[in-house]
Design a protein around this ligand. Structure first.
Ligand code: TXA
Ligand code: MG
Length: 529
């Protein structure tokens, strides 16, 4: 079969629409990944999708619509919860599973009496659905067992000669497939995490279950709620494992492996690596990791290595989708890295980090407190004092005694001075922190107000963020330090905003009211993995 290469223009989408209306199959871009589309209501057309992909017939297809009025004919009824989700997240990367109507052929639903429907946000996908005039069944546009295509080149590579056309929409913005949520049971249940986060669904619906198959291998004989979960997903040619531990421990481990080993890493870790590395973006940017993951897996195969190791992603937000796809690519191999388990403790002023640290300590954590360390002569040793004197004035260190108050005044007056203070003190703080950690047992809580600026986060396998509403934090800081509201606000202005810390936490603890239950939960999570 000759495959038409269609441009992402009105002519291209019109042509794709015409092909699909006539019962053909065409790969089209969506905001998640490329999809392989056919008329969802035409069993003959749908069979061509399964044939082109080599997909098992019992794996149901998602049906794509361009407007809400296309939805009611496809399902038995649309419950209130479904309407709310559609209103909140459509058009966008969310698939909603409901009981199907008789209009949906068994070929499309893989023999199930339910159907997943999604209204994509990508303008080209929407234009093609409109041009076709029918809802479009579309699984990801990869050959079965290959990574989902997030670029035109990958869709073309897999499907050229097997489908009628591939429409060029450039790179996909989300990069992982849609979140699949089933509303057919008692309670909403996420079967596959994706571009829409589980928390944001909870924000709309209240309690939502997470299907166990999202993070664990199905036991033999166990029935998959989502048939796709039981099939082997993309397995790279290299044997892949996810390693759980700090960036530094990851680099140490990977660098000690033989040649022929590669890493799937975050950008902060890349400079530490002496082996070929494919970068997924920042450790703290789940959306970017999602966008780059499948492309990185493609490139991994091109490297031709025998073994590869991936860093454990933050599993909050869209990170859960990254973790879920990595787990499948790694056949669920997750291994802890050797070395101390260090949890970085961060948060904005007044959130109550120390309260949390004190609360967690008796639950089996060792505490390393940078504020305490910087009051010890270990950090402000003669070397450090000399450098501080040169930078901020010899009068601050006369007689070998540091005038802390004077230093604070000069070092915190502007951005450049603050940076200079960091450059001088961080290496000394780091040495002291490493020494302390080496003497600790079990999981270590590292309370470091400048964890990210100092680079000490590379020692941390997890980040625990403590936060509280701004109003609460203001009151605490005013009371604690005897500041006016204006002074407290000024201090907040000079720091990272609360969202900065919240986005970086593997675990976020809102420190208001009685937090003993939250602390126990945090302790369990942080120690358990
Ligand atoms: O983002 C996406 O969802 C992309 C783009 C093209 O829209 N599509 C996609 O389709 O990822 P596919 O077929 O590769 O993955 C669909 C997943 C499969 O795991 C399938 O088993 C599950 O959703 N699924 C579909 N319909 C279902 C149903 N009625 N009940 C349970 N699971 C269903
Ligand atoms: Mg797929």
């Amino acid at each position: 079969m000759v495959t038409e290469k269609l441009p992402g223009t009105p002519q291209g989408t019109a042509r794709a629409g015409a092909i699909l209306r006539a019962g053909g199959v065409a790969a089209i871009p969506t905001e998640t990944v490329y999809g392989l589309a056919a008329n969802a209501l035409d069993p003959e057309a749908v069979r061509k999708i399964f044939a082109a992909k080599g997909r098992p017939a019992d794996n149901p297809l998602i049906v794509h619509i361009a407007s809400l009025d296309q939805w009611p004919p496809l399902v038995r009824e649309i419950p209130e919860a479904a309407r709310k989700l559609a209103e909140a997240f459509w058009p966008g990367p969310l698939t909603i599973i409901l009981e199907k109507s008789d209009r949906i052929p068994m070929e499309t639903s893989g023999g199930l009496d339910t159907v997943g429907v999604r209204c994509p946000a990508h303008p080209l996908a929407r234009a093609v659905i409109q041009a076709a005039g029918v809802p479009l069944a579309a699984p990801s546009a990869n050959l079965s067992g290959r990574p989902s295509p997030t670029t035109f080149a990958h869709a073309w590579e897999d499907l050229e000669g097997r489908v009628d056309a591939v429409l060029d929409g450039g790179d996909c913005g989300v990069g992982v497939e849609s979140t699949v949520v089933s509303l057919t049971g008692e309670r909403a249940r996420v079967l596959r995490p994706g571009g829409v986060t589980v928390d944001s669904i909870r924000g709309v619906l209240g309690p939502v279950e997470l299907d166990p198959a999202v993070t664990a291998m199905l036991a033999p004989g166990q029935k998959a709620a989502s048939p796709g979960m039981k099939y082997k997903h993309y397995a790279p040619k290299a044997e892949l494992a996810v390693l759980d531990g700090s960036p530094e421990a990851f680099a140490r481990f990977v660098n000690a492996q033989e040649q022929g080993t590669a890493a799937l890493c975050f950008s902060e870790t890349e400079p530490l690596l002496a082996r070929p590395a494919l970068c997924l973006g920042s450790r703290y940017d789940g959306a970017e990791q999602a966008r780059r993951l499948f492309e990185a897996l493609h490139r991994l195969d091109l490297l031709g290595v025998k073994r590869a190791y991936a860093q454990m992603p933050n599993r909050r937000g869209v990170g859960l989708a990254v973790y879920n796809r990595l787990l499948r690519a790694a056949a669920f191999r997750v291994e802890p890295l050797p070395g101390p388990r260090v949890v970085g403790l961060v948060g904005p002023s007044g959130a109550g980090k120390s309260t949390v640290a004190q609360g967690l300590a008796p639950m089996g954590f060792s505490l390393v407190d940078c504020d305490r360390l910087t009051r010890s002569p270990q950090v402000y040793n003669p070397d450090c004092l000399r450098a501080l004197g040169r930078a901020f004035g010899e009068d601050l260190v006369s007689g070998g005694v540091l005038d802390r108050r004077g230093l604070a005044e000069r070092a915190f007056r502007d951005q450049a001075s603050r940076k200079l203070l960091g450059e001088i003190t961080f290496p000394h703080i780091e040495r002291a922190v490493r020494r302390e950690i080496a003497g600790c047992r079990g999981t270590v809580l590292l309370d470091a107000p400048t964890l990210f600026e100092s680079g000490l986060d590379s020692l941390c396998g997890r980040i625990l963020t403590v936060t509280a509403p701004e109003k609460v934090r203001l009151e605490r800081v005013m009371a604690r330090d005897g500041l006016t509201k204006a002074q407290a606000l000024e201090r907040f202005q000079a720091q990272y905003p609360a969202e900065f810390y919240e986005a970086r936490g593997d675990f976020v603890l809102e420190n208001t009211g009685d937090i003993s239950r939250l602390l126990e939960e945090a302790a369990r999570e942080l120690k358990g993995g």
